[in-house]
Structures are given as structure tokens and as C-alpha cells.
Design a binder for this molecule. Structure first.
Ligand SMILES: C=CC1=C(C)c2cc3[nH]c(cc4nc(cc5[nH]c(cc1n2)c(C)c5CCC(=O)O)C(CCC(=O)O)=C4C)c(C)c3C=C
Ligand SMILES: [Fe+2]
Length: 422
């Protein structure tokens, strides 16, 4: 169970709906003692607690935090090559990672050591490491299932290397990884501290491969409104409700419906795409064209021809796309052919800003992130619908990869234990 604490705990277990309760009871790995942990938030862009620094997002839960929990302002995505050479060393890696994340997400006094030795903590958060809403979500790449660890037969069935789509210019140095950490918190220093702590404690086990910093607009996080991306459009409006446990079980979490290895229940596929925006070009594009590219009004976020952000676009009554063009991003991504959520995924993207490109243009864009129970019917099918969309004139995907988020942890079972058992 989640430990009692004075520190406010966010996403505290909302009453589970009957189907969810049944499913939780079926999770034998948790011996029926599972807690919902983080999986109770209603929206991924929800206003933070009164004192964000003291907010503690539970690490323990059937699912890892950082997926249906509200997205705070700051993020770091960092992929690693695993240096472990065999199964025992990989088990030690997961044990140590579990221990570090448990400490970092709970917070406490910064450890003080012998002055003759390197400091045990970077010190960037001062004497007290506050939890600050930190979540560290751990996912594994397809390469972890190669011959090194004898895990070939335990690979989630859709987990593959990310092949380039037609508009991609993938740079191998920005792609893939055996392990991915998604670190999210309210403050920049918290995610930096967390990444430095893990790298410092595990130099013999993890070698960084690529890293991208992400952010959300402060005003949106403060007010709980939909974040605006660097194209200036509200981004996230059409997401499924993270408060709908049944929908999340259906679309986001791997369960018995998915014919995946038993150990994978409670996990999720994660698609990460590093997408550069050609902003100099975009900023010289007429507003009307920007809006038809997305199919939404830039200021209000409403579907074109409608009044308000969350209005239904009414595709059935507009087969020729007179309101929302057939080619627009929103209509291709989510044609609503089967009611709602043809795109069977949950987006949890962050903007990035990383200096200049070699040709002197702003290197800014989106760390597109989606979570789904099935990578094929989630990200891949949706991306195929988007291939050749008009927006491609202004975007260039260059990195990322496909990963599988490990199931959640309990006091008895750490990260990756189910994967390595048997
Ligand atoms: C494969 C999945 C998707 C990729 C890749 C993607 C890239 C991408 N999206 C935006 C901006 C917006 N996306 C919006 C909606 C939207 N996008 C996807 C999927 C992908 N987007 C979906 C499933 C939806 C939902 C459509 C709906 O339900 O109506 C919007 C509109 C507002 C919203 O619903 O969020 C914007 C804006 C960018 C900039 C981008 C990469 C460059
Ligand atoms: Fe999109």
C-alpha cells in the first residue's frame, strides 16, 4: 500500500469502477493488495496542488505514474543503452532503478557523506529533496529483448524498431535505446536532479544515448487549460478522458484482452517522436492556412465552423469537409468513423527548445508522446493516416522510438521483476 505521509498525495485512488476492481483483483502479481496509485486523475492537464513542491505522486501502483497522471510543466526524456551483460546484472539494474525512483519521488533530506569522497547528492535541490510532483516512468525498447538477456520469447508482440515514415529524416543518434526514462515534475531543477542522481548511481549499468528536455506553458499548467504548442495551437483537446478507467483499460493499458505475455499486464506501449518544427516558415504562413492545416481555430481551439474548443466537429453532416477539411490534421488523425477514438491512443506530448540547427534555424518542436495498449492500432495506424498531411510542410521528425512501459510496482515487486521471472 501507499505509505501514509504528511505530504499531499496527488491522483489518490479514486473509487475503482466495477470492471476495474475485478481486473485489479485479477492482478495476481500484486496478491490482491494493489493500490490504484496514480491512476485516478481526471485530466492530463490538471491544475497542480496548492504547494506543488510538496506534491507526491505515488510510485506504487498497478500502473506506473506519468501516463494518466496530470502532466506537470517540466520533463526530460532520456534513453540509455544498458551495460548489463547478463540476466543477473539486468535484475540488479532494475532493483537499483526501483530504489532510486522510490527515493526521488518520495523526497527527503539530501544524503550527506564523508568529505573525502564525492558528495552523495548533486546538491542542486539543497538540503531537502522535495517530491515536486516528480514521476519517473520506465520503459524498455525492442533491443532489450535481443540475445543478451535471453528475453527473446518475452517481448511484447508489437514492440519493434521504429521504421521511418515517409516524411521522417531519422538520425540514428536520436533514436531507440534499451531503456527510456520519462521524468516529469513541476520544476526544472527537479528533473535535472533526478536524471543526475540516476546517472551518478548507475554508471556501470546505463550509458546515456539521447536526451531531450520538454516543457509545457506555465499558464496552461497553472490554469488547467489545454497547453498551447509552439505552432500556437491548443494541443490535447481531443484526448480521451484519463478519468475514465474503463476507457483507459481499453485504450492505454495492456490487459487480458491484448494477448500479450502475462508479465506485460498493466504496462503500455509508448511511442516517442522528436519532431522539429520549421517555425521560420510557419510564422510566414497565413492564419487561414495554419487553421485549415489543423482543422481548428487558432485562438479558441474550436473545430472550424464551430464555436467552442470541445464542440463536436460534426463530420457526419459534413462529408465534403466544408468546415473541417478532409485533409486537416484533426480529421485525418481522428476521422470519427467508428464514433469516437478511432485513434486508440493517449497523447502526453511536451514542447522542446534546443538551441539552433546547423543551418541557424530555431531548433524547436514537439516531443510527441503517445501511450496505447496496442502500438499498431494506436500510434502506427494513426500515423499512417497522417502520412502526406499538409502539415508535413512544416515538420520534420528526426528521432524517438517505440518502447514498452513496464507494469507498476509494489512494496513486494520492483520494476522489471515480472519480466525477468521465469
Ligand atoms: C500519430 C499520432 C499523432 C502525431 C504524430 C501527431 C503529431 C502532431 N500533432 C500536433 C498538433 C495537434 N494534434 C491535434 C490533434 C490530434 N493529433 C493526433 C495524433 C497525432 N498527432 C490525434 C489523435 C488528435 C486528436 C484529434 C481529435 O480527436 O479531434 C491537434 C488538435 C487539438 C487536439 O485535439 O489536440 C493539434 C493542434 C502537432 C503539432 C504534431 C506534430 C508535429
Ligand atoms: Fe496531433
Amino acid at each position: 500500500m501507499t505509505e501514509k505521509t504528511d505530504i499531499p498525495v496527488s491522483g489518490a485512488a479514486a473509487p475503482a469502477c466495477p470492471s476495474r476492481r475485478k481486473w485489479l483483483l485479477g492482478m495476481s502479481a500484486f496478491g490482491g493488495g494493489a493500490v490504484l496509485g496514480a491512476a485516478g486523475a481526471t485530466s492530463w492537464f490538471r491544475r497542480p496542488a496548492a504547494d506543488p513542491a510538496r506534491e507526491q505522486v505515488p510510485f506504487d501502483g498497478v500502473h506506473q505514474a506519468g501516463i494518466v497522471t496530470a502532466a506537470p510543466q517540466e520533463a526530460i526524456f532520456i534513453a540509455f543503452d544498458v551495460l548489463a551483460r547478463n540476466r543477473e546484472q539486468l535484475a540488479a539494474l532494475f532493483r537499483q532503478l526501483t530504489e532510486r525512483i522510490r527515493f526521488l519521488t518520495r523526497g527527503g533530506p539530501a544524503p550527506v557523506g564523508d568529505a573525502r569522497l564525492p558528495p552523495m547528492d548533486s546538491g542542486v535541490m539543497g538540503a531537502e529533496i522535495v517530491p515536486d510532483g516528480l514521476t519517473i516512468t520506465v520503459a524498455v525498447g525492442a533491443t532489450l529483448f535481443d540475445a543478451r538477456f535471453g528475453l527473446e520469447a518475452r517481448k511484447p508482440r508489437h514492440l519493434v524498431h521504429m521504421e521511418a515514415f515517409p516524411n521522417d529524416a531519422l538520425d540514428a543518434g536520436w533514436c531507440d535505446g534499451d531503456l527510456l526514462l520519462q521524468c516529469c515534475a513541476h520544476s526544472r531543477e527537479t528533473v535535472i536532479h533526478a536524471v543526475r542522481d540516476i546517472i551518478k548511481h548507475m554508471p556501470d549499468k546505463l550509458a546515456p544515448r539521447w536526451k531531450m528536455d520538454g516543457f509545457l506553458p506555465a499558464s496552461a499548467v497553472r490554469s488547467g487549460s489545454t497547453p498551447i504548442n509552439l505552432f500556437g495551437f491548443k494541443d490535447g483537446t481531443g484526448n480521451p478522458s484519463t478519468g475514465d478507467d474503463k476507457l483507459m483499460d481499453d485504450m492505454v493499458w495492456v490487459g487480458s484482452k491484448d494477448q500479450e505475455p502475462d508479465w506485460a499486464a498493466g504496462g503500455s506501449y509508448m511511442a516517442v517522436r522528436l519532431i522539429r518544427f520549421l517555425l521560420e516558415q510557419w510564422d510566414r504562413t497565413p492564419l487561414g492556412e495554419q487553421q485549415t492545416d489543423f482543422g481548428r481555430d487558432k485562438a479558441s481551439g474550436a473545430p472550424l465552423g464551430r464555436k467552442a474548443e470541445f464542440d463536436d466537429p460534426g463530420f457526419a453532416a459534413d462529408p465534403d469537409g466544408k468546415g473541417v477539411p478532409l485533409d486537416s490534421h484533426m480529421r485525418r488523425a481522428e476521422p470519427r468513423r467508428h464514433g469516437r477514438h478511432d485513434a486508440r491512443l493517449l497523447r502526453r506530448s511536451y514542447s522542446y527548445s534546443a538551441g539552433l540547427t546547423r543551418s541557424g534555424q530555431l531548433d524547436m518542436g514537439l516531443v510527441f508522446v503517445s501511450f496505447q495498449a496496442n502500438l499498431q492500432t494506436g500510434f502506427i495506424d494513426t500515423q499512417k493516416r497522417l502520412d502526406r498531411e499538409p502539415l508535413e510542410e512544416y515538420i520534420k521528425p528526426f528521432g524517438g522510438g517505440y518502447f514498452f512501459v513496464l507494469p507498476g510496482v509494489s512494496a513486494r515487486e520492483g520494476l522489471g521483476e515480472g519480466l525477468l521471472r521465469g
